[in-house]
Design a binder for this molecule. Structure first.
Ligand code: NAP
Ligand code: MG
Length: 406
């Protein structure tokens, strides 16, 4: 069989720990035998980030801008414990944070649903896609912790020379302070990314923030989203029978819980971080969710939203076989291959991505599962007369390969 040819490379960002092991297995077993894979490889493993003073992360983000499509493995965000474990020169920033800041954009996260895994929320019938604004707010903040009484001020000095000064708080004791920002252009391009995604997937958009409390900051998000909608999208939404509405974040959460799913939940950066874990876990597992960063200039970065699964990796290092779920990492690869196929007009490449996804879902449907899914699918499978089989990661990937070959 001839391998599928590619014309433009995918930017490949390797990562850490258990997901780095899965990464290699997925490439070797499920992609390289079928695709003449072209990638520009960047090793974002912590060791190499440290060796390059984190320059490799910036280079990988710049390459993503150049080629338009990247696939990223999960990476360690160092903390004090990692400083010791890896003898780091510095406590490097989160690679995801660095990449998102350079690419701007919106992260879309959608649960991968299969009929044998019922969501924890019994009303949910369709996946809920979280659209997370990926720039600014608390992720680019400035913080102060004080040891004495005093006053904290927020000062803006305009290019015109105009100065705006407000008192944050005057304290008669030590305290903590935080300053954060966002950009009108970033909120505007977020709005467009969300509305475009809604039109292309034919789904409503719900946006929640807290403008009753944060009247200016969240108020700006509410106002800009509405303005972009009214000026650029309203007619198309109406023609498609779709709706956009804003509601308070707490009301949004209550409505989400009572909903049937099947819409896009637009979230500010922090809400999107937190709520995507809630949504993915309620749909089954952290490893059953796709995640893609879409930048305003049409650049795509596909990843898994879970971490490097450290606990499993330490067991792997002791020689144990682990049953780590590779589905989200497989779907990061298929997302990248499908997008590359679409952009370069290589329909075989797009079709290959779809086949690999279908083969993965078919294996799960047959009851061949990693440890995280067994208890979730047991009842439904047994109802169908199927005995679930727990396999290790390697066994799971081999089963997908068999499914593809057949
Ligand atoms: P994690 O790697 O997502 O794992 C947390 C727990 O969730 C695991 O111990 C495991 O539970 C379960 N889990 C997650 N992914 C799984 C999978 N594919 N298959 C089976 N079970 C899975 O989060 P963490 O332990 O908090 O973080 C570990 C490292 O990842 C940290 O260094 C963090 O900085 C990094 N991180 C990276 C990203 C990213 O690059 N996108 C995101 C988050 C965290 P059980 O142990 O119960 O089996
Ligand atoms: Mg998170």
């Amino acid at each position: 069989m001839d391998k599928i040819r590619m014309t433009t490379p995918i930017v490949e960002m390797d990562g850490d720990e258990m997901t780095r092991i899965l990464w290699k297995m997925i490439k070797e077993e499920l992609i390289l035998p079928y695709v003449d894979l072209k990638t520009e490889y960047y090793d974002l493993g912590l060791v190499h980030r440290d060796e390059t003073n984190d320059q490799v992360t910036v280079d990988a983000a710049m390459a993503t801008k150049k080629y338009g499509v990247a696939v990223k493995c999960a990476t360690i965000t160092p903390n004090a414990q990692r400083m010791e474990e890896y003898h780091l020169h510095e406590m490097w920033k989160s690679p995801n944070g660095t990449i998102r800041a350079l690419l701007d954009g919106t992260v879309f996260r959608t649960p991968i649903v299969i009929p044998t895994i019922k969501p924890a929320v019994r009303f949910w019938e369709k996946p809920i896609t979280i659209a997370r604004h990926a720039y600014g707010d608390v992720y680019k903040n400035t913080e102060i912790r004080t040891k004495e009484a005093g006053v904290c001020e927020l000062v803006f000095t305009g290019e015109s020379g105009e100065v705006i000064r407000k008192t944050v708080q005057k304290l008669s004791e030590p305290g903590v302070f935080q300053g954060m920002h966002n950009k009108e252009s970033s909120i505007r391009s977020y709005a467009r990314a969300v509305f475009d995604f809604a039109l292309s997937t034919h789904q409503d958009v719900w946006f929640g923030a807290k403008d009753t409390i944060s009247k200016i900051y969240d108020g700006a998000f509410k106002e800009i989203m509405q303005q972009v909608f009214d000026e650029e999208y309203k007619d198309r939404f109406e023609a498609e029978g779709l709706i956009y509405f804003y509601t308070l974040i707490d009301d949004a959460i209550a409505r989400v819980m009572r909903s049937k799913g099947g819409f896009i939940w637009a979230c500010k950066n922090y809400d999107g971080d937190v709520m995507s874990d809630m949504v993915s876990t309620a749909f089954g597992s952290l490893a059953m969710m796709t995640s893609v960063l879409v930048s305003p200039d049409g650049v795509y970065e596909f990843e898994a939203s879970h971490g490097t699964v450290t606990k499993h990796y330490y067991r792997y290092l002791k020689g144990e076989k682990t049953s780590t779920n590779p589905v989200a990492t497989i779907f990061a690869w298929t997302g990248g291959l499908k997008k590359r196929g679409e952009l370069d007009q290589i329909p075989e490449l797009t079709a290959f991505g779809e086949k690999l996804e279908n083969a993965t879902l078919a294996v799960l449907e047959r009851g061949i599962l990693t440890g995280d899914l067994v208890s979730l699918a047991e009842e439904e499978l047994e109802g169908k007369g199927i005995k679930p089989v727990k396999v290790d990661s390697e066994g799971f990937i081999k089963a997908i390969k068999q499914e593809m070959e057949s």
